[in-house]
Design a protein around this ligand. Structure first.
Ligand code: HEC
Ligand code: HEC
Ligand code: HEC
Ligand code: HEC
Ligand code: HEC
Ligand code: HEC
Length: 377
């Protein structure tokens, strides 16, 4: 009896919460709603998802272990230019309002009490109150932010969930982008330590779009992954330890191993062949990235001998021992940068911050790096 009462209380509460969306909220039978329409049967609506076997609980627990839910990026959700990719509210706001990409800001209303990513960020939870609510909040092709001077469409295919991921996991605007001028003309816009692309460049690399493609000996082609696999095929494969599922992490946090449950659906020649392929790809791309880094070494910041992806300009809080513009050590100027060097710096950052070491899109990444290396003196 007590249990029964609790269930009724639960339904009463959710009735109030869900009032706008459905007409009546009784038990299974359903009674006519206020407006005279037939009532909605909870078994047909809420219980499609709110039951113990729908996978909702598992997805929820997994998401809690994802940086999407546990990270701190959403704390930037109070800033209008960061919120579009850093908070649930900011993301839903730009999907609804479609701001122009040179003013890609979330509205003021989305900046109060921002929250970290949840089911609602990616699925239309509690819209129709039935199983269609697992539809994605967006899968539209993306007009990439990296260049505000032209339309640059990134598209993984109609309805592809990769477009959802890449709406956030794309590089941001490179200030005063004009690398189409003469290669050796000076490029003067590098004035900050954080100049260049933003962090989540995966969409650009996986989709083979948005980089500064130098013409050269290598042709630009995409990996079979672009058309055949979604981000979730690899990142959301069957869980293994704390990886896969809705953790969206392809790397097992504890062991550092790649979760290959998604890979083996296509790579059917056995684990050892796949491991060799992974290692060869990573080694080759890491070597090429370091070769490009060596050519750009005069500009790039390093920490303990490793590139950080930033320009080695003075920044009081983030780079106080910088080589250039450091008021504490003679205010040495940054060496002159020309258009082609600036473009190569962008390419370096795109691959560096992609963090897949070539696995997202090996042929494209390889061509980008090789042609960039060849284009520099
Ligand atoms: C498409 C699946 C789906 C359907 C259908 C659905 N829900 Fe939900 N509901 C969810 C998800 C997902 C959450 C969030 C769970 C989480 O954050 O872990 C949720 C959360 C809730 C919550 C907690 C408060 C909140 O809003 O986060 C209540 C209450 C609730 N749902 C009631 C209902 C009622 C009542 C119905 C039917 C009228 C319903 N739901 C239909 C998926 C669904
Ligand atoms: C609304 C924006 C947004 C969407 C949509 C989104 N992400 Fe993210 N993602 C982020 C942000 C921001 C972070 C960093 C979170 C933090 O550190 O607090 C992140 C982190 C990650 C990480 C962890 C990165 C690391 O360095 O360990 C992975 C993996 C990831 N996302 C994959 C995906 C996949 C796959 C999808 C699509 C299914 C997706 N993301 C959709 C914004 C988004
Ligand atoms: C176009 C979407 C987008 C916008 C706009 C955006 N970010 Fe991000 N940001 C991301 C994604 C995606 C990640 C996670 C990348 C990853 O883990 O590879 C991220 C990661 C970060 C990180 C963590 C970096 C790290 O490696 O730990 C910081 C800090 C950050 N963003 C700050 C900001 C700030 C500040 C703004 C606004 C001035 C901003 N971002 C605007 C998409 C965006
Ligand atoms: C970062 C985006 C993202 C977030 C956050 C997210 N999902 Fe998903 N979800 C996806 C993607 C992408 C797929 C499709 C996976 C695939 O194609 O294998 C999916 C698939 C699902 C499915 C299977 C879909 C179906 O039609 O049967 C369920 C159930 C689900 N998610 C529930 C949830 C719940 C519950 C939450 C919150 C705890 C959540 N998701 C949060 C992106 C997300
Ligand atoms: C073919 C499989 C595959 C596809 C498709 C794929 N990824 Fe990855 N991704 C990987 C692997 C493998 C790594 C890690 C490589 C390593 O660290 O050894 C990775 C690394 C990452 C990282 C760095 C954080 C981490 O977990 O190491 C992010 C973020 C990410 N991918 C996001 C995406 C997004 C967004 C998409 C879609 C636009 C995508 N990935 C498509 C396999 C894939
Ligand atoms: C949709 C099918 C599919 C999935 C899923 C998939 N791959 Fe692939 N992958 C291919 C195909 C096809 C090729 C090109 C032929 C080849 O080299 O085997 C390829 C190539 C590769 C290569 C060689 C470099 C290249 O791109 O040509 C590596 C490394 C690789 N995949 C790793 C992975 C890893 C790791 C995963 C899972 C995290 C994965 N793949 C998931 C189909 C897939």
């Amino acid at each position: 009896m007590k249990k029964f009462l609790r269930i009724n209380l639960f339904l009463a509460t959710v009735c109030i919460l869900a009032m706008a969306a459905f007409t009546a909220c009784e038990g299974p039978a359903g009674v006519p709603g206020e407006d005279g329409q037939a009532g909605v049967d909870a078994n047909e609506t809420c219980k499609k998802c709110h039951n113990s076997t729908s996978g909702m609980v598992a997805k929820s627990k997994q998401l809690n272990h994802s940086l999407h839910a546990s990270g701190e990026a959403w704390l930037e959700g109070t800033r209008n230019s960061c919120a579009p990719c850093h908070s649930n509210e900011g993301f839903l706001d730009v999907i609804a309002k479609k701001p122009a990409k040179n003013k890609y800001n979330a509205s003021a209303a989305a900046l109060t009490d921002p929250t970290s990513f949840s089911c609602r960020t990616c699925h239309k939870i509690h819209t129709a109150y039935d199983s269609t609510d697992y539809a994605f909040t967006t899968t539209a092709p993306i007009d990439m932010l990296i260049d505000t001077t032209k339309t640059l469409t990134l598209d993984f295919g109609t309805g592809s969930s990769s477009n959802l991921c890449a709406k956030c996991h794309q590089p941001r605007i490179v200030k005063q982008m004009d690398f189409n001028g003469a290669p050796t003309t000076a490029y003067t816009a590098i004035t900050s330590y954080r100049w260049g692309t933003h962090y989540g460049t995966q969409g650009a690399i996986a989709g083979g779009k948005g980089a500064m493609e130098f013409t050269g000996a290598e042709t630009y082609a995409n990996s079979a992954h672009k058309a055949g696999a979604t981000c979730a095929s690899c990142h959301g494969a069957a869980a293994s330890g704390i990886s896969g599922g809705h953790t969206f992490s392809v790397v097992n946090e504890e062991t550092g191993a790649i979760n290959t449950n998604g890979c083996v659906k296509c790579h059917t020649t056995g684990t050892s062949a796949l491991t060799t392929k992974i290692n060869n790809t990573k080694t080759e791309i890491d070597n090429l990235l370091n070769q490009l880094g060596a050519k750009l070494d005069a500009f790039l910041e390093k920490e303990d001998g490793a590139y950080t992806g930033y320009i080695d300009l003075y920044d009081a809080s983030a780079n106080s021992n910088a080589r250039y513009k450091n008021p504490n050590s003679g205010n040495v100027a940054l060496p002159t940068v020309d258009n082609r060097t600036a473009a190569a710096l962008v390419n370096f950052m795109l691959v560096f911050r992609d963090k897949s070491h070539g696995i997202h899109n090996y042929p494209y990444t390889r061509a980008l790096l090789k042609n960039s290396i060849a284009a520099l003196p």
